[in-house]
Design a protein around this ligand. Structure first.
Ligand code: ADP
Ligand code: MG
Length: 501
C-alpha cells in the first residue's frame, strides 16, 4: 500500500535531510574470503562450495590475502588510516542464506578508518563525504523464492538456496552522517555511489557491475527541521543496486519522512525495501541501533596484522584517482562539458583513451565511438566495447580519411566490412576498390556524362547559377558509388561550365 508523501520541494523547504551510506563491494578475488572455493558468478548453484562455505562442523576458515590487499588499497584510495591490527568477529543471526548462522565481519576493528571522498556533482560542485570506516566481511548465499509473485517471499510456496555466494569477500564502506546536501541530497547519493564504483573499478578489486549486485548501497535517510542540529530518526533502504534507484530511493524517503513529520507523527527506525517498479519503499524490519547480534571475536582467526612496508608498497600501486583522471583527460582532449559528460555516461572513457593512445586525434576518437560505433552497438544491443571494434581499427579508418583515400561515408561502410571479418580497413579498401576517385580523367568523364544527362541544369550553371551544381555533384557521386571526392567534382563541374566557383 502506498504511503502518503509530500512534494519534494515542500519537504526540502521545511526540512534538512541527513544521509548515511553503507556500500557493500563484492571483491573479484579468485577464491572466497575464508576458503578455497571459487568466487565465480553465474555457475551452477552450490558447486562453488567447500565445508567452510557450508559451515560444516570442524571446518576452519583462513583469511584471503588478496582480499586483505584489496581492502588496504580501497582504504588508501579513500584516504583512510590503515589499522596495524584488525579483528574478525562473529555476527550471529539465523537465516537460511548463511549456513554458519553467523557472518564473519570486522564489526569492532575495521581495517580502514577515518577517510574522505570528494564527490563531484553534475555541475562540477565538489561535496566532501567523510568515511567512517571500511571493513572486511563475507557475503551470504542467495535465496530464490518460488511460487509467489515477482520472486518475493510473500506468497511463495518454496525457497531454494544457492551457497555459491556464501563467503564471497565483501568490503563495507560506511560514511559518517552527511549534512548540508539539501535539495541535492538525491543527486549526491547517486554521485557518491558512482564515485565508489569508479574507484573500486579503477583499483581492479571488483567487477563493479551493479546489475549483478557487485556494488550495493544501503541508504540511510533522516530529516530534521530546517536549521536544527539534532538528527531525526533514520530509515535504512537496503540493497539498492543501481545509481538511478539510489537517487530515487533517497528522494522518495525524504518525501515520505516529510509527510510523517508534517502529520506530527514519528518516523519508525526500520529497514526499507526499494521497489523499482512502483518507485516506492516498503517497510522491512524494525531496527534499533543496538540489534543483538551477540558479537564475539572469531576464535578461529588471528588478527590481520599490517606493517608500513606492505602498506607503502600497495600505496605505490594505486592508480590515478578516477575524478582526477577525468579532469586531466577532459583538458587533454578539449571536449566541451556536454561532450565529456556524454562520453562518461556512455562508459567510453577507456576506449577513447586507448584510441587516442593508438594515434587517433581526440576529436576523431569521439566521432567514431560516440557516433557510428555507438549506433551499431545500440542496434546490436551490446556494450560499446563488445561490438568487436578495436581502437586500431578507428585509427586506421581515420588515417585513410585524412590521406584522402576514403571519405566519411565510405569509412562507415568499411567499418561494416571490418566487423564482417574481411580484414583491416586498408585491406578492405584495396580488395573492394573503395578508394575515392580523385583521378581527374575519370572524374571529368563522369562530370561530362552527368552534364549531358541533365542539360537544363547544365544551362543554369553556365548562366551563373552555381548552386545548381549540387544536382550534378549528386549525379556524379551516384555514378561513382559515392567514391568521388565531392569537392573536386564540384570544381570540375564549374570548370566544364566555364564559371568561377
Ligand atoms: P547500522 O549497521 O545499524 O545501519 P552503521 O553504523 O553500519 O549502522 O550505518 C549507519 C549509517 O547511517 C552510517 O552511514 C551513518 O553515518 C548513518 N546515520 C546514522 N545516523 C543517521 C541519521 N540520523 N540520519 C541519517 N543517517 C544516519
Ligand atoms: Mg550496517
Amino acid at each position: 500500500m502506498s504511503e502518503e508523501v509530500l512534494s519534494f520541494e515542500e519537504a526540502i523547504e521545511k526540512y534538512d535531510p541527513v544521509l548515511g551510506f553503507e556500500v557493500h563491494v563484492e571483491l573479484n578475488t579468485k577464491t572466497k574470503m575464508f576458503d578455497s572455493a571459487p568466487n565465480e558468478f553465474g555457475d551452477e548453484p552450490n558447486t562453488n562450495v567447500t565445508p567452510v562455505s557450508l559451515g560444516l562442523p570442524g571446518a576452519l576458515p583462513m583469511v584471503n590475502k588478496t582480499a586483505v590487499e584489496s581492502a588496504i588499497k580501497l582504504g588508501l584510495a579513500l584516504g583512510c588510516d590503515i589499522a596495524d591490527k584488525s579483528y574478525f568477529a562473529r555476527k550471529n543471526y539465523f537465516y537460511p542464506d548463511s549456513p554458519k548462522n553467523f557472518q564473519t565481519s570486522q564489526a569492532g576493528g575495521p581495517i580502514a578508518e577515518n577517510g574522505s571522498l570528494d564527490v563531484e556533482l553534475e555541475d562540477g560542485t565538489i561535496f566532501t563525504v567523510e568515511i567512517e570506516r571500511a571493513h572486511m566481511e563475507e557475503d551470504a548465499g542467495k535465496l530464490t523464492h518460488v511460487g509467489g509473485a515477482d520472486g518475493r517471499i510473500q506468497g511463495a510456496t518454496s525457497s531454494l538456496v544457492d551457497y555459491n555466494r556464501a563467503g564471497v569477500p565483501l568490503i563495507e564502506i560506511v560514511t559518517r552522517p552527511i549534512v548540508g546536501a539539501g535539495e541535492r541530497a538525491p543527486e549526491l547519493a547517486r554521485a557518491y555511489v558512482a564515485a565508489i564504483r569508479d574507484i573500486v573499478r579503477s583499483l581492479g578489486i571488483s567487477d563493479a557491475r551493479m546489475e549483478r549486485g557487485n556494488v550495493r548501497c544501503d541508504a540511510n535517510v533522516s530529516l530534521m527541521p530546517k536549521g536544527a542540529e539534532k538528527f531525526g530518526t533514520r530509515s535504512e533502504t537496503k540493497n539498492v543496486n543501481s545509481l538511478r534507484s539510489v537517487e530515487r530511493a533517497v528522494r522518495y524517503e525524504i518525501r515520505r519522512h516529510a509527510a510523517i513529520l508534517e502529520r506530527g507523527e514519528k518516523v519508525t527506525q526500520e529497514t526499507r525495501h526499494w521497489h523499482e517498479d512502483t518507485r516506492e519503499t516498503s517497510s522491512g524490519r524494525p531496527k534499533s541501533d543496538a540489534d543483538d547480534y551477540r558479537y564475539f571475536p572469531e576464535p578461529d582467526l588471528v588478527p590481520v596484522v599490517t606493517n608500513s612496508e606492505w602498506i607503502e608498497r600497495l600505496r605505490a600501486e594505486l592508480p590515478e584517482p578516477p575524478a582526477e583522471r577525468r579532469r586531466r583527460l577532459k583538458g587533454e582532449w578539449g571536449y566541451s562539458d556536454e561532450e565529456f559528460r556524454d562520453v562518461v555516461n556512455a562508459s567510453a572513457l577507456d576506449v577513447i583513451e586507448e584510441t587516442v593512445a593508438a594515434g587517433a586525434t581526440a576529436a576523431a576518437a569521439r566521432k567514431w565511438w560516440m557516433g557510428e560505433i555507438a549506433r551499431r552497438a545500440k542496434q546490436a544491443e551490446v556494450e560499446l566495447t563488445a561490438l568487436g571494434v578495436e581502437p586500431a581499427t578507428v585509427v586506421a579508418l581515420e588515417a585513410l580519411i585524412s590521406e584522402g583515400k576514403i571519405n566519411d561515408k565510405i569509412a562507415r561502410q568499411v567499418l561494416e566490412f571490418v566487423l564482417a571479418g574481411e580484414g583491416t580497413p586498408a585491406e578492405i579498401v584495396e580488395a573492394r576498390g573503395l578508394a575515392v576517385v580523385s583521378d581527374d580523367g575519370a572524374l571529368t568523364a563522369a562530370v561530362q556524362e552527368a552534364l549531358a544527362a541533365m542539360p537544363d541544369v547544365a544551362d543554369k550553371i553556365r548562366a551563373g547559377k552555381v548552386q545548381a551544381a549540387g544536382a550534378i555533384v549528386g549525379q556524379v557521386m551516384k555514378a561513382t558509388r559515392g567514391q568521388a571526392d565531392a569537392a573536386r567534382v564540384r570544381e570540375l563541374i564549374l570548370a566544364e561550365c566555364g564559371v568561377e566557383g
